[in-house]
Design a protein around this ligand. Structure first.
Ligand SMILES: [Zn+2]
Ligand SMILES: [Zn+2]
Length: 349
């Protein structure tokens, strides 16, 4: 079937309206009318070919929410009319150790929601900046939030799970002192989630102007990381630091804030590496630096249910499809609190 979408024909071209083909639903497929799609920084990097390997035309989008329009004959987990979401992946091998543990995000054959090789036309996946998508039922999530929150639920599918998964893996909860570095699309979710898990949350920002915002998001304390005295006051005190900053920066400034056996986990993906940390800062207190990439399908469902239960959604600005290019420019200036979400009903115009 042919659907309207927004995508780019080349890395130096703006996104424009285009027609794309979706496969007819197979026995295990769910066909979804997309209501909203969040805009992730990965979309911008991919469309502009800032990471290697972008295939054009490129239709990005992996923060997808909508309603089931049709299901294949063997689909048991979703029915027509259900509110559902699709995140960063639409397939994986389904039988490796990672897939069997529900960690499809680490499968060597994970298929990204866009720009990943597939048997479907045109040979690579096309994402959520479109009227509809067809996805294997295993990779379709149930949404239990009230329908009026649907647009603000969309960013949970990438920004939400990217921050939820490491907070759970490193066992953040009541009694934990947690730092969240960077207050953007990822960081604002990290603050909300860590707060809801019962941790004492300290937000780190480079800008004085975000102090009140961070408090409103749920931070117990806010540290302006350029202020050496403020930083020093937290030396050797954190159990866990979630670092969401994608730009290369001095990791040592935060490592020394971890107490013995503390971990700092990086979830931002910089185009060039961070300067190497001082190994003594790791050795002396048995500290660790780790990384984490989105989360598996069962954990993504757990995150959505946790957010529905705690009334957690993203802070968003809803835009029309023809405003996507302008939104990208504002994202590059950091001029968004905290996620743009596309109203996909405007794709048809
Ligand atoms: Zn993303
Ligand atoms: Zn696998």
């Amino acid at each position: 079937m042919t659907v309207k979408a927004y995508g780019a024909h080349a890395s130096d071209q703006p996104l424009v309206s285009m027609d794309i083909t979706r496969r007819e639903p197979g026995a295990h497929d769910v066909q979804i009318d997309i209501a909203f799609c969040g805009i992730c920084h990965s979309d911008l990097h991919t469309v502009r070919a800032e990471w290697a390997g972008t295939l054009f035309p490129c239709v990005p989008g992996h923060e997808i929410v909508g309603r089931v329009a049709a299901i294949g004959d063997h689909v048991t987990s979703h029915k027509v009319g259900d509110l559902v979401g699709v995140g960063c992946m639409v397939d994986s091998c389904q039988h490796c150790a990672d897939c069997e543990e529900g960690l499809e995000n680490y499968c060597d054959n994970m298929v990204g929601t866009y720009n990943a090789p597939t048997a479907d036309e045109p040979g690579w996946t096309m994402g959520g900046y479109a009227q509809q998508i067809v996805v294997h039922e295993r990779y379709v999530l149930r949404i239990r939030h009230p329908e009026q929150d649907l647009a603000a639920v969309a960013p949970l599918l990438c920004a939400g799970i990217t921050t939820y998964s490491p907070l759970r893996h490193w066992k953040v909860g009541p009694g934990s002192k947690v730092g969240v570095v960077g207050i953007g699309g990822l960081g604002h979710m990290g603050i909300k989630l860590a707060h809801a898990m019962g941790a004492h949350v300290v937000a780190f920002t480079t800008s004085e102007s975000k102090r009140a915002d961070a408090k409103a998001l749920g931070a117990d304390e806010v540290v302006v990381s350029r202020n050496a005295d403020e930083m020093a006051a937290h030396t050797k005190s954190f159990d866990f630091i979630l670092n969401t900053v994608a730009a290369p920066h001095d990791l040592d400034a935060f490592l020394v804030l971890l107490k013995r056996d503390g971990t700092m986990t990086l979830v931002g993906a910089p185009a060039t590496s961070h300067p190497s940390p001082n190994v003594f800062n790791l050795i002396m207190k048995r500290r660790a630096i780790a990384g984490s990439m989105i989360g598996g399908i069962p954990e993504t469902q757990e995150m959505l249910d946790f957010c529905a239960e705690h009334g957690i959604v993203a802070d968003i600005e809803l835009i029309r499809a023809d405003e996507i290019n302008a939104a990208y420019e504002r994202m590059l200036k950091g001029d968004i609190k905290y996620r743009f979400v596309i109203d996909n009903a405007t794709m048809a115009a």
